[in-house]
Structures are given as C-alpha cells and as structure tokens.
Write a protein that binds this ligand. Structure first.
Ligand code: NAP
Length: 249
C-alpha cells in the first residue's frame, strides 16, 4: 500500500492503537499529524519522533477532540502546515465503566463526547478539505462492543454503535466526491485501556476468541492502512471486525 503524498490526522495517538496506526501509515509513506490531550504531550512528541525516524513529516498537535474549537484548530493547523487532510483516523477514546443503574450523567457524557461527538467534529472539519480535493478516507475506531453490547459499558457501547451509524451516513453523503468512510471494530487488544483487566476476566475473554489470542495495536493498524489506501476505493460504509473472530458469538 502506497500512501505517499497523503497527509493523515490520527487522534489519540500518543500511545496504544493510535500510535501504531500513525507508525503504520507513515511506513506506507504518509505524513502524519498526531494528536492527543495536553497531559500526553511528551508521549505524543515521542510518537512524532518515531515517525520522523521513518523519514516522514510529523506534526504533534495537542487538542481535546471532544471540543469543537480544539478540533477546528487541529484540522486548520494540519491543513495549513502539512498542505491537506487526506486521511482522518478517529481513534481517541476512553471508558468509564459502570452498570446503568449506577452510571452518572458525567460518566455518560464523557464517553459520548470523547468517543462519538469527537468523530463527528473531526469528520465535519476534515470533509471541507477532502471535498475540495475530491479524495478522502475517514476511518473510525469503533468496537465489537458497539455490535454486541456489554454489561457495565452501556455508555461505551452506545458511543461505538453511534460511530457505525455516523460512518454509514457520511459514506452516503460524500461517496460521490471520492471520499470513503469506514469503521473498524476491534475486539480485545493489548493496550493501556485493557491492562487493568484481571487474569480471571482475561481467561473468560480468551475463551470467546476463536483465534485464541489477544490482538495487538498493529493488527488494527494493518486494517486502517488498507481502508486508507487506494486499493480500498470501492469499500465504504462498512464495519470491519478485527477481533480474532470474537464477534461471531
Ligand atoms: P488508549 O491506550 O487509552 O489510547 C487512547 C488515547 O486517546 C490515549 O492516548 C488518550 O489519552 C487519548 N485521548 C483520550 N481522550 C482524548 C481526547 N479528548 N482528545 C484526544 N485524545 C484523547 O486506548 P487504545 O486501546 O489504544 O484505544 C484506541 C481506540 O481503540 C479507542 O477508540 C478505543 O475505544 C478503541 N478500542 C480499543 C480496544 C482495546 O481492546 N484496547 C478495543 C476496541 C476498541 P490519555 O489516556 O492520556 O487520556
């Protein structure tokens, strides 16, 4: 896959899946705008340096992607300093797990804002640039939980299901302009988000994965790189499971 002369914006890319996606896209030739919240600035700069070591341009922009003004600034800086926004990867996400009866308004709003509203804000801002160039790729990171539901994650499951509806709607709105929108639904991937899981729950989860292992951030990054490429030009509005078969039930 050749992503030379493309500029990608990857949200939440200081670490975990976002970092792996940034490095994979850079390895395929893209220049990358990495983003994370201000408290992750140091880790974000180290992702940017890893991209530069691959001989690609990298720009680190701290911004809270659930904030409309922050997103406007992020996409504006990307377009002005890197020349365009060709690929948008909506990756930033958080969890605030709790059963519905105990979930606070704040737990609900935080997850819906960071995991779902952010994707709308980033897509709206990036589409203006993609439409001008009549080419664009939007890849959003959902979750198997958005399809299957999960006790204790109603906020997260609702946000991730929302990503799928948003993706299909964008695909219909801008397909005629050479822009595709797809989502990836990872299963259980080894990152900071999943490191708190105790051994007992890990084993229970493993029994539900036909391929018998936990996924890596690189497994997700491979799928993003494909959906961002020219080779995926006839694929839009889809949700691709990267879950070792977990969603088969
Ligand atoms: P992670 O290691 O926690 O990385 C997420 C990154 O997003 C962190 O660097 C985080 O920063 C950043 N972030 C949080 N709020 C943000 C905001 N408002 N603006 C910008 N950046 C923000 O998680 P991950 O496992 O790599 O997850 C990446 C994506 O994959 C998420 O959308 C997640 O829901 C999805 N996913 C993960 C799994 C899994 O098993 N790991 C499975 C399915 C889907 P701080 O942590 O410093 O706040």
């Amino acid at each position: 896959m050749d992503l030379s002369n493309k500029v990608a914006v990857v949200t939440g890319s200081a670490r975990g899946i976002g970092r792996a996606i940034s490095l994979k896209l850079a390895g395929a030739g893209a220049d990358i705008v990495v983003n994370d919240i201000p408290s992750a600035a140091e880790a974000l700069e180290s992702t940017a340096n890893e991209i530069r070591a691959l001989k690609r341009k990298a720009l680190a922009v701290t911004a809270d992607v659930s904030s409309s003004p922050d997103v406007a600034r992020l996409i504006d800086i990307a377009a002005k300093k890197m020349g365009s926004v060709d690929i948008l990867v909506n990756n930033a996400g958080v969890t605030r797990d709790q059963i519905v009866m105990r979930m606070t308004d704040e737990d609900w709003d935080t997850v819906l804002n960071i995991d779902l509203k952010s994707a709308f804000l980033c897509a709206r801002a990036a589409l203006r640039h993609m439409i001008k160039r009549r080419w664009g790729r939007i890849v959003s990171i959902a979750s198997v939980v958005g399809m299957m539901g999960n006790a204790g994650q109603a906020n997260y499951a609702a946000a991730k299901a929302g990503i799928m509806g948003l993706t299909r709607s964008i695909a219909k709105e801008v397909g005629s302009r050479g822009i595709t929108a797809n989502a990836i639904a990872p299963g259980f991937i080894e990152t900071k988000m999943t490191e708190q899981l105790d051994e007992k729950h890990r084993q229970i989860l493993m029994q539900r994965i036909p391929l018998g292992s936990i996924g890596t951030p690189e497994d997700v990054a491979e799928a993003v790189a494909f959906l961002a490429s020219e080779e995926a030009k006839y694929i839009t509005g889809q949700v691709l499971g990267v879950d070792g078969g977990m969603s088969l039930g």
